[in-house]
Ligand binder design. Structure first.
Ligand code: ATP
Ligand code: MG
Length: 244
């Protein structure tokens, strides 16, 4: 049985938990606004993620991507609007140890790390630690998984092993909301891509459409910069307002 948690901005009361019909969006945001002091960070975000959909979010630093995920995760209260998230009805009670251990091994196997079941975190590489973190999240049988730049701190040769795990999760039907700079991942795995700037969704669509034929000038500028940076630093110049 799935329930839907609903948070409303500026609500005087605690988040409401209500039953929800199945088959609709796993995550839905309606006109969400969020400020930190005078800094308006989410400026009227409307968004929904369907069951099994992989939604990729890109955008410049400070555009509100992490805040968006934290709001969806119900970690940040919002000022205005509403967020609906499907949550699992959990059996509260003791899971037999043998069952928990078997499931843990199954999930470690799934991220290619059953051989490390007896290792401590400091004995694992960054990529292996990220894969364990994914296995740990799966233990809760989530309806949706949120990823915030999970590969950005990794050495380049470790990025692939984490992205492969995420790709396989997506193939298995997991609903995912992924903030990333990995454009190839966005193309290959994303069902839809959103470009955010300044707390707003500037444009969205099929990843290849947005990345190859961006409509908004702001998106074009961001992508040009990102692709140039990936290519070479040679042609970049520092101009007022940043690197162009
Ligand atoms: N807890 C907080 N308190 C105050 N301001 C915050 C807080 N969290 C984020 N901000 C501000 O909100 C804005 C958006 O931050 P956010 O972390 O969502 O950006 P981002 O798109 O994830 O950036 P990056 O790509 O660098 O991770 C920034 O101006 C940031 O300084
Ligand atoms: Mg961030």
């Amino acid at each position: 049985m799935a329930y839907k948690a609903c948070v409303e901005g500026a609500a005087e009361t605690a988040p409401v938990v209500a039953t929800a019909p199945s088959g609709e969006a796993v995550v839905r945001l309606e006109q969400v606004r969020k400020s930190f002091g005078a800094n308006l960070v989410l400026d009227g975000i409307d968004l929904s993620v369907d069951p099994g959909e992989v939604l990729v979010v890109i955008g410049p630093s400070g555009s509100g991507k992490s805040t968006l995920l934290r709001c969806v995760n119900l970690l940040e209260p919002i000022d205005e609007g509403r967020i609906f998230v499907t949550i699992a009805a959990r059996r509260v009670g003791k899971v037999p140890k043998s069952e928990a251990v078997a499931r843990a091994h199954e999930l470690l196997e799934r991220v290619g790390l059953d051989g490390k079941a007896r290792s401590y975190p400091h004995q694992l590489s960054g990529g292996q630690q990220q894969r364990v973190a994914i296995a740990r999240a799966l233990m809760m049988r989530p309806h949706v998984m949120l990823f915030d730049e999970v590969t950005s701190a990794l050495d380049p040769e470790l990025v692939g092993e984490v992205l492969v795990v995420m790709r396989d999760l997506a193939k298995d039907g997991m609903t995912m909301l992924v903030v990333t700079h990995e454009m190839q991942f966005a193309r290959d795995v994303g069902d839809r891509l959103i470009f955010m700037d300044d707390g707003k969704i500037v444009e969205q669509g099929q990843p290849n459409d947005v990345l190859d034929r961006p409509k908004a000038e702001r998106t074009r500028r961001f992508l040009r910069r990102t692709l140039q940076l990936a290519d070479s630093l040679e042609e970049l110049t520092i101009e007022e307002g940043g690197v162009e």
